[in-house]
Design a protein around this ligand. Structure first.
Ligand SMILES: Cc1cc2nc3c(=O)[nH]c(=O)nc-3n(C[C@H](O)[C@H](O)[C@H](O)COP(=O)(O)OP(=O)(O)OC[C@H]3O[C@@H](n4cnc5c(N)ncnc54)[C@H](O)[C@@H]3O)c2cc1C
Length: 138
C-alpha cells in the first residue's frame, strides 16, 4: 500500500502487505462492504431462509429459565441459548454488561472519497489493484 502527500502526490510511505499470510495466516484482502454483506446474507439465508429478523432493535436482555431472553423495541422477545452483542460502537448489549459504554473522541478524523483510477495523475496510480492513501497533517 502506498501513502502519498495529498498536495504533491509524492510517495511518503510504502506498507508491505505481502507478509500478511505469514503473520496472520491469511493474505491481505480488500473487499467492498456491499459484497461482504451480500455474501454473509446469501450464506446465512441458505442455512435458514428465516434467519434474519429486521426492525428488531434490542433494548435489554435478562436471564430466563432456559437461557437468555432478549427484549426488542417492537415489544417482542426472543428466547435463546446464546446472545452475541454485535451491535456496534453504541452497543446496548455491552452497555447492560459493562455499564460504562461511553465513547471517547480521539481528536482524529478521516475523510474518504472514491476516485476512478483514470482520474488519478499517472505518476500517482497504484501499480497493483490496491487501495492507497493521500494524507496531509494540518
Ligand atoms: C466511514 C467509515 C469507514 C470505515 N472503513 C473501514 C474500512 O475501510 N475497513 C475496515 O476494516 N473498517 C472500516 N471501518 C470500521 C468498521 O466499519 C467497523 O470497525 C465495523 O463496522 C465494526 O463492526 P461491528 O460489527 O462491531 O459494528 P457495526 O458494523 O456498527 O454493526 C452493528 C450492527 O448492529 C446494529 N444495531 C445497533 N444497535 C442495535 C440494537 N440495539 N439492536 C439490534 N441491532 C443493533 C446496527 O444497525 C448494525 O447493523 C469504517 C468505519 C466508518 C464509520
Amino acid at each position: 500500500m502506498v501513502v502519498r502527500d495529498a498536495i504533491t502526490g509524492d510517495e511518503r510511505k510504502r506498507i508491505q502487505l505481502s507478509n500478511h499470510e505469514d503473520l496472520y495466516g491469511a493474505p491481505y484482502r480488500l473487499v467492498h462492504r456491499a459484497d461482504l454483506h451480500r455474501t454473509l446474507f446469501e450464506h446465512a439465508t441458505e442455512c435458514d431462509p428465516d434467519i434474519l429478523h429486521l426492525k428488531h432493535e434490542v433494548v435489554s436482555f435478562e436471564e430466563g429459565p432456559h437461557g437468555i431472553i432478549v427484549n426488542f423495541c417492537n415489544g417482542t422477545q426472543a428466547d435463546c441459548d446464546l446472545l452475541i452483542g454485535a451491535d456496534g460502537i453504541k452497543s446496548k448489549v455491552r452497555q447492560q454488561i459493562a455499564k460504562d459504554n461511553s465513547v471517547q473522541y480521539t481528536g482524529d478524523a478521516a475523510w474518504r472519497i472514491l476516485v476512478p483510477t483514470s482520474n488519478v495523475p499517472e505518476n500517482c496510480r497504484p501499480e497493483q489493484a490496491m487501495g492507497f492513501l493521500f494524507f496531509e497533517c494540518v
